[in-house]
Design a protein around this ligand. Structure first.
Ligand SMILES: [Zn+2]
Length: 336
């Protein structure tokens, strides 16, 4: 059965299509002579044996090639095109405007570039529902500043009617206390800006509890809620949807093995789950390969996948989600 897929947790830079990745690396003279496109891609796709510093190096390479407005626009357009053509009809992409300032772009210019890419994608695929989340960065790894985080919230308010649908807090959740970002979410609430928060990915259930208390409706990952029954119950009681990425959680060592991922346990307890790729380009996966993995390893049925997409569509911040909700409701009815 075909039904519209909903993907809400995908980092634009980590999702770069390979053709664009190779093109940018060649233009920047990063690919040594004699190395083929295929070899270059193989050398830079993550696997489960990579060390944390290898992974950070790959992220730095990706951010490094995405420092001008032309490439940001192209990435936004090409990625939305690929996602639409592979069946995702409601998409939220996220990126951190403050990570693209090395070549004198301003945060506004970075946001405007990705929004131009979005506009072009909507001209080609008018029935695509999509929006951007702007990521604030955890300050632990020197990937951002509090001043730029505050500016990120304000930019989300400024571009609210032009395709920016909210904010996120990304980066290493264990590097600084998550509570120190509470004023950012207070500010977002005042400005009417939606938000989701990376919490309970590498951090424990208390971070998930913090995110629930911010009342954003969604949490990035949230899987370590499983360690505290009370937090699981609070997720359910507050109708939260958690944005789960199985392969990503394994590669970043947040779970010891794919088989030990708590997706099935959380689902069976009644937690609403949204299935995502997180960084598909970097990790060499697709949304389809994640669905296949989850079906095979955790026995998710088609009906469960449709239901998961329905929960996801309901929790999306994008305007136009109602049509996707209606299509998924219909698909659920037709699924035995
Ligand atoms: Zn993420």
């Amino acid at each position: 059965m075909t039904y519209p897929k909903v993907e809400l947790h995908c980092h634009m830079d980590g999702a770069i299509p390979y053709r664009l990745f190779v093109k940018c690396c060649r233009e920047d003279g990063l690919v040594p002579e004699g190395v083929s496109d295929e070899q270059w891609i193989r050398d830079h796709v993550m696997n489960s044996t990579m060390s944390l510093s290898d992974c950070m190096g790959e992220f730095a390479l990706l951010t490094g090639i995405l420092q001008c407005r032309e490439r940001l626009e192209e990435l936004s357009f090409e990625l939305l095109k690929d996602m639409y053509e592979s069946g995702s009809k409601l998409v939220e992409l996220r990126f951190s405007p403050q990570s693209h300032l090395n070549e004198n772009l301003s945060m506004e210019e970075a946001v405007e570039a990705v929004l131009r890419g979005r506009k072009r994608a909507l001209e080609v695929y008018p029935d695509l529902v999509c929006g951007f989340l702007l990521c604030m960065m955890n300050l632990g790894l020197n990937l951002g500043t509090m001043e730029n985080n505050l500016k990120t919230v304000e930019l989300a308010a400024k571009y609210k009617d032009q395709g920016v649908v909210g904010i996120d807090l990304a980066g290493d959740e264990t590097a600084t206390p998550i509570e120190s970002y509470a004023p950012m979410f207070d500010h977002a609430r005042k400005l009417g800006v939606n938000y989701t928060i990376h919490a309970g990915e590498s951090g424990g259930p208390s971070n998930v509890m913090f995110a629930i208390m911010q009342k954003g409706g969604r949490i990035g990952h949230g899987i370590h809620a499983i360690e505290d029954e009370n937090v699981v119950n609070e997720l359910i009681r507050n109708n939260f949807v958690i944005e789960v990425s199985v392969t990503s959680n394994y590669f970043s060592r947040c779970v010891p093995s794919i088989e030990e991922h708590p997706i099935r346990k959380l689902w069976d307890k009644g937690v609403m789950i949204n299935i995502n790729t997180d960084d598909p380009g970097l990790m060499g996966i697709t949304l389809k390969s994640e669905y296949d993995l989850i079906a095979k390893t955790f026995g998710f049925t088609e009906r469960e996948f449709i239901l998961s997409n329905l929960y996801s569509a309901r929790s999306s911040f994008c305007e136009g989600r109602e049509r996707i909700i209606a299509e998924l409701t219909e698909a659920l009815k037709n699924c035995a």
